[in-house]
Design a protein around this ligand. Structure first.
Ligand code: NAD
Ligand code: IPM
Ligand code: MN
Length: 361
């Protein structure tokens, strides 16, 4: 294991640079506290890439990502680039990056820490104890399927999944279910879509052949959306396709009450990509109002992937402390700025106070 890591940092647009700065601050503090080296060089992506060189994923950025030990991305997109050609949209740069990194497995943990239960917009007795993991397929489905075209008169996309694509994401999800509670819920629209009917058959077969001890249930996505809000504790690991996973994870942000808390790790290729679930929040950008904790918790997932679980656990514990003390941004009812939250998390990091990683990630 190397004792120094090269992180390619892609701050992106809107609040992306603001939350990335705090995540990197926390990464640097954890390197200091846990005795490993870290470089964090920045590269443009998204709208920043379009503005710099006319490409939302500049070749130099992609090269740096492929050469790094891990990639950290803030967020991309915003009104400034909403009218550019489709292939130059900031979001297209992110999709190309995920594909180029082979990051087919997007892990999106959603937990409601005790300190936040009273702040949830949902009933406290429903959300307390929520701890689920959405495993979203990230490099296939309708996001990438062809044919895909827009003409004057019409437009179409293609939702397409191969057996091999479903098998590999199913295995990732079953392995997480094995490591956690032994329960997996697969979400699809098999009553209507051919790609979902295949998804359901393949997930069932992988389960029966390779993970017979994991309890597998299937839900249609419309029902799953309702159940996630109505009875979140019934879920542990959820596996689903690219589009359904995108929607379900933002929906699940209503459980803790803000998107500003949801981290993610996009894995599967040689280099992992770590990014908050939220976007560039143009309504908050440049005002110090963005919650950096989704970015900070994505950095904790990055530390786990680098083989630094103690540092990752210390970051999570430090986040819990900031939440318990009320050092939080306005989305959680606080008055702290983005930077104040980041500094508070970085300050209270120390190996002496670290405990083993919680079971959820
Ligand atoms: P968004 O996630 O940026 O914002 C949705 C809502 O959540 C807004 O009310 C915003 O204020 C709030 N929010 C988001 N992050 C927050 C944070 N850290 N702290 C506090 N509140 C937060 O989604 P949107 O408004 O639909 O999209 C804005 C832009 O971001 C679009 O261009 C979209 O394509 C892009 N986007 C990018 C990513 C990404 O880079 N991974 C993800 C989603 C959306
Ligand atoms: C996300 C975002 C992206 C997605 C967009 C910006 C391409 O919404 O990471 O959830 O849809 O995957
Ligand atoms: Mn999304």
């Amino acid at each position: 294991m190397p004792d120094s890591y090269a992180i390619a940092v892609l701050p992106g647009d809107g609040i992306g640079p603001e939350v990335s700065r705090e995540a990197i601050r926390v990464l640097r503090a954890s390197a200091e506290a846990f005795g490993f080296g870290l470089t964090a060089d920045e590269y443009p992506v998204g709208g920043a890439g379009v503005d710099a060189v006319g490409d939302p994923l500049p070749p130099a950025t992609l090269d740096a990502c492929l050469a790094a030990d891990a990639v950290f991305l803030g967020a991309v997109g915003g009104p400034d680039w909403d009218r550019v050609a489709p292939e130059r949209r900031p979001e297209r740069g992110l999709l190309r990056l995920r594909k180029a990194l082979g990051a087919f497995a997007n892990l999106r943990p959603v937990a409601v820490p005790d300190a936040l239960v009273p702040r949830s917009p949902l009933r406290t007795d429903r959300v307390s104890g929520t701890d689920l993991l959405i495993v979203r397929e990230l490099t296939g489905g309708i996001y990438f399927g062809t044919p895909r075209e827009r003409t004057e008169a019409e437009a179409f996309d293609t939702m397409r999944y191969s057996v091999a694509e479903v098998e590999r994401i199913a295995r990732v999800a079953f392995e997480w279910a094995e490591r956690r509670s032994g329960r997996l819920a697969s979400v699809d629209k098999a009553n209507v879509l051919a790609s979902s009917a295949l998804w359901r058959d393949v997930v069932s077969r992988v389960g029966a052949d390779e993970f017979p001890h994991v309890a597998l249930e299937h839900l249609y996505v419309d029902n799953a959306a309702m159940q996630v809000v109505r009875e979140p504790r019934r879920f542990d690991v959820i596996v689903t396709g690219n589009l359904f996973g995108d929607v379900l994870s933002d929906l699940a942000a209503t459980l803790p009450g803000t998107l500003g808390l949801l981290p993610s790790a996009s894995l599967g290729g040689p280099v992992g990509l770590f990014e908050p679930v939220h976007g560039s929040a143009p309504d908050l950008a440049g005002r110090g109002l963005a919650n950096p904790l989704a970015a900070v918790l994505s950095a904790a997932m990055l530390l786990d992937a680098l083989g630094q679980p103690d540092a990752a656990a210390a970051v999570r514990q430090s986040v819990e402390r900031a939440l318990a003390e009320g050092t939080v941004t306005p989305d959680l009812g606080g008055t702290a700025t983005t930077e104040q939250v980041g500094r508070a998390v970085a300050r209270s990091l120390s190996p002496a106070t670290a405990s083993p990683a919680p079971s959820h990630v």
